[in-house]
Each structure stands twice: as C-alpha cells, then as structure tokens.
Design a protein around this ligand. Sequence first.
Ligand SMILES: [Zn+2]
Ligand SMILES: [Zn+2]
Ligand SMILES: [Zn+2]
Ligand SMILES: [Zn+2]
Length: 303
Amino acid sequence: MALVIGVCKEAIESQSRYANNEISLMKAENGCTLIKSTTRRGVIKHGINGVHDLLQCPICANSMYPPIHQCPNGHTLCTNCKRVHNYCPNCRSELGNIRCLALEKVAEALQLPCKYQNLGCRDLFPYYNKLKHEKRCSFRPYICPYASSECSVTGDIPYLVDHIKEDHSVDVHDGCTFNHRYVKSNPHEVENATWMLTVFNCFGRQFCLHFEAFLLGTSPVYMAFLRFMGGQNDAKRFCYALEVSAFGRKLIWQGVPRSIRDSHKEVRDSHDGLIIPRSLALYFSGGDGQELRLRITGRIWKV
Ligand SMILES: [Zn+2]
Ligand SMILES: [Zn+2]
Ligand SMILES: [Zn+2]
Ligand SMILES: [Zn+2]
C-alpha cells in the first residue's frame, strides 16, 4: 500500500498531461499495486474499479472522503475509523496524524457511475459529487407513499402500487374523476390525525388522494390533496380539482399534484391542498354535527 501512495503522485502528474486519460490500477508481479495512466478502454474499466476499491475503507468498508488517513506503514483508513482507533488495525503501529493526500487527489480525478446505474442513470460523476448526486438522482427508488406509517419500503412505481394494495390494503380505482365519501362518527377527535389514502389510476399513471384531519395552529381542519406517483417534472404535467359542496355552497380547490418525492407531511405542512375548517366540514356533512359525512368530488387532467 505504501508503494501505491508513492506512485500516486506520478499518476496524478501524468494525468494532468493527458487530461482525457483516466487513472488505472494494475497488480505488479511482486503483489504491489501500481497506478498508471492509460487510454486503453479495458484497462480503464479495470482501473476505475481498482482505484474505487482503494477508496473503500479497509476497516468499515465505507467510501473514504477527505481527510483520508494512513498509518506510518501506509495502511489507509477513513475519518470515522481514525476517530475510533489509536493504533492501525492492520499493523498495530500508532496512528499519529498522517493524511493520505495522494489518495485524496486520486479520488478527485475519478469519475464513477451513479449507484442507480442499473435503474437507468447513465451519467458519470466525480467521486466527491457522487453521494450528493445519488441523494437527488431522478432514478433513485421511491419511498412508499403510505402516510403516517414508518414504512421503509422503497422501489419503482409499479412495485409500490402493488405494495400499498397488498400490504396496506389501499383501494386502487381506475378513472380520472372521483366521488369519495369520508365518514367518521366522532369528528371531534382531531388530535389523532386520522387520515385516509386512495389511489387513482389515470392516464396510465397513479395518483394518491390523501384525506386527513389535523390541527392547523389550534383550529381542527380536514385536508385533501393529491400526490403523483412519479417525479417532480412529470407531476407538473397534471392538474387536479377537488370540491366539497352541500346546500348550495361549494368549496373548490385547484392544484398541481405534488410528487411523492415530497413527503406527505411536507405537502400537508405547506397547505398545498383543499383545507376545510371543521365547522364547515360539519356544515357540509348535514345532520346534527355529530358525524362527519363529507363527499369530495374530484378530477385529474393533463395540462
Ligand atoms: Zn472506516
Ligand atoms: Zn498499518
Ligand atoms: Zn444517478
Ligand atoms: Zn409501505
């Protein structure tokens, strides 16, 4: 490993001379690892994997980011492991405070595919930008849109539609118009934040209709809103309207569905939907105000 570090500088220098070349890694006969610059495609591929392996902390197997440390014998380790260990877990020598600048520089020169490459992300990213990109990559799996639960299931949209049907018993309806009735016998208990989810299949895409009760400040309200099962850009290609009416009065909301990339709570807290104060909801329910019987009609269309 010490040899690797020694050669790294040379590799970086030669790399700057051949701006389009990439650094590759080869195993020498004596078992030492050598880095050299090359343009041959096969070698480049092998090289990226090899350098990438070097950037995996040998102790915790996480990717290493600056400051990358090393022991006096050249065994590298990540910042976290350095914090935990006083002695090199590999050769037991005292760690001291030696930084492995060469490896940090090599990492800087690396271009790596996104970890969602197999889901369709085709771009290459500088090593230090990769994590940041992956957090926002449009190919990253979606999180289950079922509200309130701590469901950690992730996947693509068809998978999640099956999942919420099977595992959360959510109704999935076909059609771009709907007429939904929400009935609750004790509408005064808003504190428990009751909520419901229905999914609509429309234009070959899926939309989540959320309905819930919560306290807006100190006022109990009901709220209905739509989330699109897909990315932000696709969501903007749709529009929806919700209305609740009775006795000649009508409350209408028109909006743009939010992507399920925005959490259910985020959408609710931004009040991006039809908000019905409880007193009005009970008025629309008719009767003696002891039961919530709200009929919400809605429509989804393309813009
Ligand atoms: Zn580590
Ligand atoms: Zn060591
Ligand atoms: Zn990506
Ligand atoms: Zn789920």
